[in-house]
Design a protein around this ligand. Structure first.
Ligand code: TPP
Length: 328
């Protein structure tokens, strides 16, 4: 299943928004955190995991989805949320901890939740797999449309939840697609040192479900593999796993010194920046003209600026509401 020209443009536009978003968040995150770096201080308190480089994994899958399809995303969720259509203004306000945020500022960047487009994520890695299987089961039992996508990182796949979820989804032939964003690192741990089988596509086969490895961090290749897996799920043929080779262009979180990276890895990755590669492809294929490219960049940037402006001008919840929804 090849993407149409419109789908290619859609993917590029959403990759641009993701990248500009992360660039904006990176700058804002540092506000209030100097001269001493204190994670709890500043405009955006708490940890921050940026997804620069991993955009193809979000757009290649989400280009096939409707609002009623479900995503359980990772602790590195911004690109996935943007591609699924989460309200960017309320998402940004959530990250800032403001009352106008998706969860009134209580969740922060790792706990974005937007029921309007069936999107959730969690700071507990692999946590979304069980709920994705449950969501797929409910859709099957209720005979309702909707496929569940469970995003995880490669390191999360070493947990029990991964193996239990694959097994149950396979036994019950559920409409769920497990999507592994394999950036080769679990914080500072290289996957070769923590996985006996380093390709999750191979692991999937041991549960009797198709596992497809997609090399190259290429949105079009991901679109094609995702199209097959999602069609299979929608047709009642059961789960699949997509094992997507991708690259984390930045550190694990902001403040990561990245001393564990082999010399030269970062520079080599920057040369393979998927946005620059896809931009060049679309220009060469004449899918977009240089003028249209500039317009798209401007439009993406202004979406991000509007979201940031909305978050900045929003209020914090009053202190007396701090204990609301807290079970003590
Ligand atoms: C259950 C659990 N164990 C440990 C952690 C701490 N932790 C946060 S991110 C992370 C590594 C995640 O690596 P991966 O799943 O490959 O995703 P990536 O960060 O590379 O996108 C770990 C161990 C956690 N959040 N949850």
């Amino acid at each position: 299943m090849k993407p149409s020209l419109e789908q290619k443009v859609w993917m590029y536009e959403h990759m641009l928004v993701s990248r500009y978003y992360e660039q904006a968040i990176e700058k804002i995150y540092l506000e209030g955190k100097s001269p001493v770096f204190n994670m709890a201080k500043g405009t955006i308190p708490g940890e921050m995991h940026l997804s620069n480089g991993q955009e193809p994994c979000a757009v290649g899958v989400c280009a096939h989805l409707h609002d009623y399809d479900i995503i359980t995303a990772t602790h590195r969720p911004h690109h996935q949320a943007i591609a699924k259509g989460v309200d960017l203004k309320r998402m940004t306000a959530e990250i800032f901890g403001k009352k106008s945020g998706l969860s009134g500022g209580r969740g922060g960047h790792m706990h974005l939740f937007d029921p309007a487009v069936n999107f959730s994520c969690s700071g507990i890695i692999g946590q979304g797999m069980g709920p994705a299987v449950g969501a797929a089961l409910s859709r099957k039992l209720q005979n309702k449309p909707g496929v569940a996508i469970s995003y995880i990182g490669d390191a999360a796949s070493n947990q029990g939840a991964f193996h239990e979820s694959l097994n149950l989804a396979a036994v019950w032939k559920l409409p769920v697609v497990f999507v592994v964003e394999d950036n080769a690192w679990g914080i500072s741990v290289a996957k070769e040192t923590s996985m006996s089988v380093t390709h999750n596509a191979v692991r999937a086969q041991s549960y009797g479900i198709p596992g497809v490895f997609v090399p190259g961090n290429d949105p079009v290749a991901i679109f094609e593999a995702a199209g097959e897996a999602i069609t299979r799920a929608r047709n009642g043929e059961g789960p699949s796993l997509l094992d997507l080779e991708t690259y984390r262009l930045a550190g694990h979180f902001m403040g990561d010194g990245e001393d564990y990276r082999p010399a030269g890895e970062k520079a080599a990755l920057a040369e393979k920046d998927p946005i620059l590669v896809f931009e060049q492809t679309l220009l060469n294929e004449k899918v977009i003209t240089p003028d249209e490219n500039e317009q798209m960049k401007k439009a993406a940037l202004s979406r991000v600026e509007e979201a940031v402006e909305f978050a900045r001008s929003s209020d914090y919840a009053p202190a007396e509401e701090a204990m609301d929804f807290v079970f003590v």
